[in-house]
Design a protein around this ligand. Sequence first.
Ligand SMILES: [Zn+2]
Length: 351
Amino acid sequence: MKNEILKEIKSLLPPELSEIKSLVNELLETKPKIRKTNLEYLEREKEITCPIDKSHRIKKNGHKNETQRYWCHDCKKSFSITENSIAKSSFLTYQQFKKFLQCMYDFKSLVETSLEVGISETSCFELQIRIFSIINQAFENKKLKGETQVDEKYIRTSFKGMCKEKMPRTSRHDGHTELTSGISKDQVCVIFAIDSYDTIIIKVAGNGAATTEMISFALKDKIEKGSTIITDSKSSYRQFAKDNSLNLIQIPAGQHKFKNYTINDVNELMQEAEIYLDKKKGISSRHLQHHMNFIKYRKILKYTIKYLEINEEMYKNCILATTSLKSNDVYSTEMPFDIEEYKKWYSNRNS
Ligand SMILES: [Zn+2]
């Protein structure tokens, strides 16, 4: 249809073109500022199938609240075009939505995002988690291969958002003294891996120093047999490499390279995560994996899409996808480690 319109426009005379021009200007001014534009986008671009049985045997079935409804011939039920879509519960206009995504891309905090988009911090938080759940589904599970750099990063546990009675330890704001430095159960271990084809894994693996079990949890069956992993000198990697038929190159402690091998690429990725966490200020450990998935998604966008097209691509990815995650589910994500074990460790740590 677009091509036909363009062809028609080309045949217009100058006064008519001028008329079209002012109409286009007016629409460009108004359309991004309404919510309906998101719905129009869906109607135009989304492949509509029944949300229950994925059937294509559907027909249009009127409108409700400006939203197109459909009828499925197979399960004899009607559904809306926004079923399980982020556009359903979101009251954002097209412009706000795109601003929101740009804020995410720019590592803005919830406070900053809330101010820029003009919605509450709670709404920002919930929308962000729903977007994370969409991003999460989007990843194809490609195996890493060739030379794969692996390293781990430790991030302070955070029980942010948990009610006081359930908190396994006193809040740091309550004048609680900082725990001793070094790796303890009070740190969450995140394993990063990147291969020579820029395929990435970022996995929250538990708390405390990386054990072979934690490395296996993050990477088992995710790297092709016979590949080479390049790591620091930690002994846990030796057993992991052996168990998974991988060649192992370890960079000796205090050195940056061994022969021609380095772990610079994975370190660069970890630095990006660090900047992100720093800007986000206090992400609850329960949502850490979501945020790490976002770092991965952003990195893939950066590798594959031109900068000026990234915002539109994010919009497309989010608006056209579906997620069964409801706003209430947002608060029930599990901690990535055993809370009971943590409590025991916490109360015993000075005795
Ligand atoms: Zn159906």
